[in-house]
Design a protein around this ligand. Structure first.
Ligand code: SF4
Length: 339
């Protein structure tokens, strides 16, 4: 049984001024297995953060179904609902905003422990929190419990958020751009920490990012989901997808990653000039494939019919993830050239 499943999930918001709704997430289908790391990648406005918030229950989907350990989240009550809320934790990008600036770290971390009745008193809370702070590399832990958020670095605050998530004994952590506001020199150590939490405790991670480099690092044996304007446009095993992307947008993302070593430079570098650098507004989406105004391969069918996310089977008959593009096969064979 999968840890979490999303079936045909839509998340819409009112656009304001009576102009109808915006589809922030459209027809999301996803399976997250226990102990798996899945990287969700996309530009700002791709719907990746909204998707994460739907998973943790911050947003109730407009349509569709979310299963946690095989049970429909919407129907969970009592202890089963509590298990879901504790079992799926979110770590936010802005660690300063996620912690109360007027309270000590002990206060911020102990409130959820008491709220969910996971500890009986102050002494037990201190013991649990010290163990978790040690686990995330903040030692000596008693030194950090008395601090206020502004007395810590961005990297230390991000570790505090991971410790807070850990104290709920989660099965899944949705980490939303957890290293993007941290000094570049500290990013690898935070990614390594999350990998350790995955290996030691079997915690699944959904790693949300716009940065293909960190996605590749943390999910090196996991999967990638590429999003564009609320839609999943390519999924697959991450190394294979990066080495051989099928969707023109994934190819463009990969070609945009700077690579100092010419031997490691992607085949797609400099080969995919997009027709436009601007992402269309969610308020006025193009007809057909949402990537067509930017796609160098777009033709008539792309402008009228939205492609579905379908399994991609290569020449040898092997399944290679899923892709949402009318012409993925022709593009892969070099039979379709950019206009
Ligand atoms: Fe480009 Fe057409 Fe494929 Fe969309 S469906 S990515 S416009 S080729």
């Amino acid at each position: 049984m999968a840890l979490m499943e999303l079936h045909d999930v839509d998340m819409e918001f009112e656009s304001g001024k009576g102009k109808g709704t915006i589809g922030a997430v459209v027809n999301a289908n996803m399976v997250i297995e226990a102990g798996e790391i899945v990287a969700v990648i996309g530009e700002s406005g791709s719907g990746k953060t909204t998707l994460g918030k739907v998973m943790v229950g911050v947003h109730k989907p407009t349509r569709g179904k979310i299963l946690f350990e095989g049970k429909d989240v919407e129907s969970l009550k009592g202890n089963e609902f509590k298990q879901y809320r504790l079992g799926v934790q979110m770590v936010h990008q802005d660690s300063y905003a996620a912690l109360n600036p007027n309270k000590t770290i002990y206060h911020s971390l102990s409130v959820p422990l008491f709220h969910h009745k996971l500890v009986k008193g102050h002494k037990e809370a201190v013991g649990v929190l010290e163990d978790n702070l040690r686990e995330v590399g903040l030692t000596p832990p008693e030194h950090f419990l008395e601090k206020y958020p502004h007395q810590l670095s961005g990297g230390q605050r991000q570790r505090i958020l991971l410790a807070r998530a850990l104290s709920m004994k989660p099965k899944l952590i949705v980490a939303d751009e957890p290293v993007s506001m941290v000094d570049v020199s500290l990013r690898i150590s935070l990614l390594d920490l999350m990998t350790r939490m995955n290996e030691r405790h079997g915690i699944s991670f959904v790693y949300i990012t716009h940065d293909l480099g960190t996605a590749r690092y943390i999910a090196s044996h996991g999967r990638i989901v590429v999003m564009y304007l609320g839609r999943q446009i390519e999924t697959g095993q991450i190394q294979r997808t990066i080495e051989n992307p099928k969707h023109p947008y994934t190819q463009a993302l990969i070609s945009a990653v700077p690579e100092a070593d010419p031997d490691r430079r992607s085949d797609f570098a400099h080969t995919l000039p997009l027709k436009s650098l601007d992402m269309p507004s969610l308020l006025s989406l193009p007809q057909g494939c949402k990537f067509n105004p930017r796609c160098p391969y777009a033709d008539g069918v792309c402008e009228t019919e939205e492609p579905k996310l379908l399994p991609y089977v290569d020449e040898s008959g092997g399944a290679c993830g899923e892709v949402s593009c009318h012409h993925a096969k022709e593009i892969a064979k070099g039979l379709k050239t950019g206009g």
